[in-house]
Design a protein around this ligand. Structure first.
Ligand code: NAD
Length: 500
């Protein structure tokens, strides 16, 4: 097997990315913790925003189905590059091969969705109270869309935003995570191919800026950026949200989760076991939708928890490129330290910790861990936080309403599940008195959403929605039009105003 560096460099070359520089952002592979190369930071973000803003003036006038053609071509180019880009996601973010490829498939899926959407940017026609009048809504492009993304979905989140924004008539400027600049370069090269085939897209329509927080802040604060979509930690959203609001731009915030599942007494336990293993251990616990808290009914807990502990002890950990590996590395040493700290806190509260150990045999700079299953004495301490690592806190419950209350008692509100074969329990969990999350599932885990539904969460998760359903509205501005086709001028609410 090649070194991650050599493999990454050869993929970048085959995707047409120019050779890497010798200074700037340092791109590492979490597989061996070693440097792959450097990527230059963008020095003049203002100039990039200026180009995108100029592109808006042209792009907003291009008919939406024609804009959809660009996204259709992007989908074609992504299909052709799926294997390369998926492998690069594995090399730079540490996902197992199947999940790296799955991430690119998600990009392809949202392109397909957006192409259809480009002929469906519907507005309503509304009954008016005035004779000889018609009232309707039209949806127009909103302006430049800044896209700030996190390391853990280094390419898909850009696509969720960009595919919709482009068909909606908005130029896009992407600020990827400073931990994953290479997959962004590769994606941008693929996009350039689509733009070339498209032919007459305005310069500045699809831009990439590289750098850390300061580069992100330049997008956040610039009045020419009309929509700011930011995906990352709640800490980041707490800084970005008020600044975007202060200049009355449109925010789309996709922040941290602290996702939970309930295993009810009637659950199909074999199905629940498989779903929970994927949701809690998959992506080494580094999904925003990763399952982090589990409430098990006391009548099945003694049978279920040991089975789960057995799964935890048996999953293959190691190089994510190897067939059979289910748990790759954490992104870096900071993530590993955060995990160990949370486990220490849990132990100090009297928890029983299964797994959770560090694998030093992969080299001191790479960060491999055994996923941790933690039986907690109470719902408190680290359970209330998102620790971005594979830790699943388990608690027992006897009353469903009390379990739902605990479920909702954390500050985050992204994804949730119930495992039950009892219709009443399932409906209760999905009802107004049930889970308070943006994603509420029955008999599947909280992670691994399809692109057809709106994606996002409530409370400290930020309230934004991306991807499917009507999330496209967040990328457009709405105009209410009232048209008078009569000879009279009746005023609404029966108001009279005769000027003679
Ligand atoms: P992070 O918050 O450290 O960084 C995310 C991005 O924000 C990076 O590009 C970073 O440079 C930028 N950034 C940070 N501070 C900023 C600021 N003040 N102004 C502008 N930009 C700033 O997150 P991360 O460690 O890369 O990703 C993990 C986090 O992302 C987790 O909390 C996870 O739950 C969350 N996440 C959420 C979703 C979702 O859809 N809800 C999806 C993926 C990841």
């Amino acid at each position: 097997m090649q070194t991650p560096k050599n493999e990454a460099l050869s993929i970048l070359t085959s995707l047409g990315v120019p050779p890497l520089g010798s200074s700037g952002l340092a791109a590492h592979s979490p597989i061996d913790g070693k440097l792959i190369g450097h990527v230059a930071e963008t020095s003049d973000v203002g100039a990039v925003i200026g180009r995108a803003h100029a592109a808006f003036k042209t792009w907003r006038l291009v008919p939406a189905p024609r804009r959809g053609e660009l996204v259709r071509l992007l989908g074609e180019e992504l299909r052709a590059a799926k294997d390369d880009l998926g492998r690069l996601v594995t090399l730079e973010a540490g996902k197992i091969t199947s999940e790296g490829l799955g991430e690119v498939q998600e990009m392809i899926d949202i392109c397909d969705f957006a192409v259809g959407l480009s002929r469906q940017l519907y507005g309503l026609t509304i009954a008016t109270e005035r004779p000889g009048h018609r009232m309707m809504e039209t949806w127009h492009p909103a302006g430049v869309c800044g896209i700030i993304t996190a390391f853990n979905f280094p390419v898909a989140v850009w696509a969720w935003n960009a595919a919709l924004a482009l068909v909606c008539g908005d130029p896009v400027i992407w600020k990827p995570s400073e931990k994953t600049p290479l997959t962004a370069l590769a994606t941008h090269a693929i996009m350039q191919r689509a733009l070339k085939r498209f032919g007459d897209a305005p310069e500045g329509l699809v831009e990439l800026v590289q750098g850390g927080r300061a580069v992100g802040e330049a997008l956040v604060d610039d009045p020419r950026v009309a929509i700011l979509s930011a995906t990352g930690s709640t800490r980041m959203g707490r800084e970005v949200g008020p600044r975007v609001a202060a200049r009355f731009a449109k925010p789309i915030l996709e922040l941290g989760g602290n996702n939970a599942a309930i295993v009810a007494a009637s659950a199909d336990l074999d199905l629940a076991l498989r779903a929970i293993a994927f949701a809690a251990i998959g992506t080494a616990g580094q999904r925003c939708t990763t399952l982090r808290r589990l409430f098990v009914h006391e009548s099945v807990a003694d049978a279920f928890i040991p089975k789960l502990a057995k799964v935890y002890a048996s999953v293959a950990i190691g190089d994510p490129r190897k067939q059979g590996t289910l748990v790759g590395p954490l992104i870096d040493r900071g993530a590993l330290d955060g995990m160990q700290k949370a486990l220490d806190e849990a132990r100090a509260m009297g928890a029983t910790v299964h797994g959770g150990g560090v694998h030093d045999d992969f080299g001191a700079v790479a960060s491999y861990v055994t996923p941790a299953l933690v039986e907690m004495p109470k719902h408190d301490g680290p359970v209330l936080r998102e620790t971005f690592a594979p830790i699943l806190y388990v608690l027992r419950y006897s009353d469903l309403d009390a379990a739902i209350e605990l479920h909702n008692s954390v500050p985050q509100g992204l994804a949730s599940s119930i495992f039950t074969t009892d219709l009443r329990e399932a409906e209760r969990f999905m009802s107004a008195a049930g889970s308070d999350c943006g994603i509420v599932n029955v008999n599947i885990g909280p992670s691994g959403a399809e692109i057809g539904g709106a994606f996002g969460g409530e409370k400290e998760t930020g309230g934004g929605r991306e991807s499917g359903s009507d999330a496209w509205r967040g990328y457009m501005r709405r105009a209410t039009n009232t048209i008078n086709y009569s000879n009279a001028l009746p005023l609404a609410q029966g108001v009279t105003f005769d000027v003679g």
